[in-house]
Design a protein around this ligand. Structure first.
Ligand code: AHR
Length: 326
C-alpha cells in the first residue's frame, strides 16, 4: 500500500485520485477493497483452441487461489492490450500479467507500469525489450525448441531418401514470438539437408479459417506439396479441410506437422490426418498464480520459467486422448 502511494506520488499523481482509484476503502489491492490480490491480465484474444484453454486455466486458477482477476480480451490487437494495461495501471491492480500478441513495441507501457510500482509478468509469449527490468519473469514455452522438434521429426521421416521434399509452412500471427521462433527452430534443423525446401510460407494467423484459406491458395499455386508444417493445430485443422476439398488425403498425400496438441488436433492425429504434433501447454494458470503471489510479496522469482512439454505420434495420441483436458 505505502509503496503504491509513494510510487504514485513520485509519478506526479495526486493522492486523492490514487485513493479514488483504489475503491471504497482506499486499500492497496486494486479495486477489491480487501486483502485480496488483484491481477490484471491482458489476453491476446480467442484465436485458437489453445488460447481458449489458456484463458480457462488462468480464470479457474485465479478463482481457486482467491485472486481477483481483471481479465481483458485484446481481440488480437496490440493497441487493445496496451489500453488494457494502462487501465490496469489506473485501477492500481497489484500485479499485471499479459501474453503479448506481438514481440515489439511494449517498452513505453511497461515503463508506465514500472513507474507506478506495479510488477509485470509475461506469460506464454515474450517481448523483445532490451530492458529486462521492465518485467519480473517470463513463464512459457521455448518456441524455438518446438520448431526444432518439428524439424527433427521431418528429418527422421525422410532419412535415407534423396528426392526433394516440398514443404509449405503456415505461419502464426506476423510478429508474434511463436511465429518467429517456430519458423527459426524448424529452419535451423532442416537446412542441414538441401532436399528439404520450404516452397511457400504464409500466415494463417493461428486461426482455423486462416489456415483453411491460406492452404487453399497454396494448393492452387504450389504443384507438388509433400509436407505441411503448421505453427498450430487450428491452422493445421483448417488446412485439412482445404486438402480434403482438393481431393487429397491429409496425412498421406501431404504429411502434416503441427504444434499445440489440443483435443481436436490430437483427434486428427489419432485418425492419421496429422502425422506429428509438438506439444505447447496452455495450462499456465497454476504456475502464474504462484508467481503472482510471490511477486506481490516481493519474493525473488526466476527470470525465466520454462513449460514442460512433449511430442505425440498417432499411437501416443490414441493413448493420451481419453485423459486430455483441453
Ligand atoms: O502463443 C501460443 C500460441 O498462440 C499457440 O500455439 C497458438 O495456438 C496460439 O494462438
Amino acid at each position: 500500500m505505502l509503496k503504491k502511494i509513494s510510487a504514485a506520488l513520485a509519478g506526479g499523481l495526486l493522492l486523492a485520485s490514487t485513493l479514488a482509484g483504489c475503491g471504497d476503502d482506499g486499500g492497496g489491492s486494486g479495486s477489491s477493497g480487501d486483502d485480496k490480490i488483484t491481477l490484471g491480465f491482458a489476453q491476446v484474444g480467442a484465436e485458437s483452441g489453445w488460447r481458449t484453454a489458456n484463458t480457462k486455466s488462468i480464470q479457474e486458477s485465479a478463482a481457486a487461489e482467491g485472486i481477483e482477476l481483471k481479465f481483458n480480451d485484446g481481440q488480437g490487437k496490440q493497441e487493445n492490450q496496451i489500453k488494457a494495461i494502462r487501465s490496469f495501471i489506473t485501477q492500481r491492480v497489484d500485479v499485471i500479467a499479459f501474453s503479448p500478441v506481438v514481440e515489439s513495441g511494449w517498452d513505453p507501457v511497461l515503463k508506465e507500469a514500472k513507474d507506478a510500482g506495479i510488477p509485470v509478468i509475461l506469460t506464454d509469449r515474450a517481448v523483445d525489450s532490451k530492458d529486462t527490468s521492465l518485467y519480473k519473469t517470463f513463464l512459457g514455452s521455448d518456441f524455438v525448441e518446438e520448431g526444432k522438434k518439428a524439424g527433427e521429426w521431418l528429418v527422421k521421416e525422410y532419412e535415407g531418401k534423396s528426392d526433394p521434399v516440398n514443404i509449405v509452412e503456415l505461419q502464426g500471427t506476423p510478429g508474434a514470438a511463436p511465429a518467429i521462433d517456430r519458423k527459426e527452430g524448424f529452419e535451423e534443423v532442416i537446412k542441414a539437408d538441401p532436399k528439404f525446401k520450404i516452397v511457400a510460407s504464409q500466415t494463417g494467423k493461428f486461426e482455423r479459417t486462416g489456415g483453411k484459406q491460406t492452404m487453399e491458395t497454396m494448393l492452387q499455386s504450389v504443384k507438388d506439396i509433400d509436407v505441411l508444417y503448421a505453427h498450430n493445430d487450428d491452422m493445421g485443422l483448417g488446412a485439412i479441410e482445404a486438402i480434403e476439398a482438393a481431393g487429397k488425403k491429409p496425412g498421406q498425400d501431404i504429411k502434416i506437422i503441427t504444434v499445440d496438441a489440443v483435443k481436436d488436433g490430437m483427434t486428427a492425429l489419432s485418425e492419421g490426418k496429422i502425422n506429428y504434433i509438438v506439444e505447447c501447454s496452455p495450462l499456465l494458470g497454476p504456475q502464474l498464480m504462484d508467481l503472482v503471489k510471490k511477486v506481490n510479496n516481493k519474493e525473488e522469482v526466476p527470470t525465466r520459467i520454462l513449460t514442460e512439454e512433449t511430442t505425440f505420434t498417432p499411437e501416443q495420441a490414441k493413448e493420451a486422448l481419453p485423459n486430455r483436458k483441453y
